[in-house]
Design a protein around this ligand. Structure first.
Ligand code: OGA
Ligand code: NI
Length: 379
């Protein structure tokens, strides 16, 4: 079905489509074709769980991690949290944490600044746009033309980077913009610190020594962690498009702060379940590298984002990722007769290259390393 733009002056939108310019044009009642997702990927209520009295158990686990902040290291409490998190990673690949120690005021400040940033004219934001010449394996900078990575164009824009926020903001404001860069930088620093604590709990939950993963992030090791701020504008036809299509994350694990709007869903037993916003909570999800490293005990699960007609939605993600030269390989403790090795060892950088070379849909990317799948060509 060809969807036409009615009454708009937008010509050649294949080249110029950017959400903001579309949304400024109030006469748009249908979506440009590229935002219309194929039927198989669009929302279909028959494929969703309805959380109500009949299925009350399907809410994502909510885990209190206050003991991680306790310098006295109450080991009994930490053990309990490791077990809870381990169980959530095995069953869901997703969980929410509360009492994580990142102050709500910081989230509020960053939210104010992010809204100001995304409200800027596209021409201004694009001064910091992703430059393919950087040859980054991760798409950095501002991106409002999401044509890569998935079959259909997602109804979103984002701002992302691996490094110093100040350098990035200087691409737009040569004198800097500390009102934006300071709280953002503080935000990612907090996410990284919490991420390192969580890595220890994740290792303990697998029966590994606590520093098994966190040592990969020691001081000067050049890891590939990335932060990203996502904006999903309200959409006149949420039934036709998605904010983010079904995918799993490639990295070790992801920390995510969503606002109160909702829209994130995870796959559970082949059906979609809402990740309902919980005030103050952060969402944690296992990525492909951790699934491979844990020999499949922790699951990297498909998730997606719905958009809605009424409200813009914002989310902040921090993707913890090792160095490109890091070998991802399950340790011998996790391999035995009952748990044969599921993935061949691979370099994290090679996995990123593979991921960027395919169009993401669903959770097939990790087939790259599965022993029961054919190896990718050329290897
Ligand atoms: C992602 C993602 C979900 C969200 O950025 O990888 O899955 O709620 N985001 O924005
Ligand atoms: Ni994701």
């Amino acid at each position: 079905m060809a969807i036409v733009e009615q009454g708009t002056a937008l010509r050649d939108y294949e080249n110029i489509v950017i959400l903001q310019s579309l949304l400024r044009n109030s006469t748009i009642v249908d979506l440009p074709e590229r935002y219309v997702w194929t039927q198989a990927l669009r929302r279909n209520l028959a494929q969703e769980y309805v959380l109500n009295e009949e299925v009350p158990d399907l809410a994502l686990p909510i885990i209190d991690v206050s003991c991680l902040l306790d310098g006295s290291g109450d080991s009994a409490a930490k053990k309990k949290v490791s077990a809870e998190i381990g169980a959530a990673c095995a069953e869901w690949g997703f969980f929410q944490i509360i009492n994580h120690g990142i102050p709500e005021e910081l989230f509020k400040e960053v939210d104010i600044q992010a809204r100001k940033f995304f409200a800027l004219p596209v021409e201004v934001k694009e001064k910091a746009k992703y430059d393919p010449r950087r040859k980054d394996k991760i798409v950095c900078g501002y991106n409002g033309r999401l044509t890569r990575l998935s079959y259909n164009t997602p109804w979103m824009e984002y701002f992302a980077d691996r490094g110093d926020v100040e350098q990035l903001t200087k691409m737009i404001w040569p004198e800097g913009n500390p009102a934006l860069s300071k709280p953002l930088q503080e935000f990612w620093r907090n996410f990284h610190r919490l991420g390192q604590d969580l890595l220890e709990v994740l290792a303990t939950g697998l029966g590994l020594e606590p520093r098994f993963f966190s040592r990969l992030f020691d001081n000067n090791v050049y890891h590939r962690s990335t932060w990203r701020y996502n904006h999903y504008p309200a959409c006149p036809r949420p039934d036709l498009t998605l904010g983010t299509g079904p995918h799993s994350d490639p990295n070790l694990f992801t920390l995510l702060k969503q606002d109160a709007v909702g829209g994130l869903q995870v796959k559970k037993d082949d059906k979609w379940v809402d990740v309902s916003p919980v005030p103050g909570a952060l969402i944690i999800n296992v990525g492909d590298a951790l699934e491979a490293w844990s020999n499949g005990r922790y699951k990297s699960v498909e998730h997606r984002v719905l958009v809605n007609e009424k409200s813009d939605r914002f989310s902040a993600v921090y993707l913890m990722a090792p160095a490109e030269a890091q070998i991802v390989e399950a340790p011998p403790q996790l391999i035995d007769d009952e748990h044969p090795s599921l993935y061949r060892p691979f370099l994290y950088g090679d996995y990123m290259t593979h991921m960027m070379s395919i169009r993401l849909a669903g959770k097939n990317c990790l087939d790259y390393a599965r022993r029961d799948k054919a190896p990718p060509q050329g290897q």
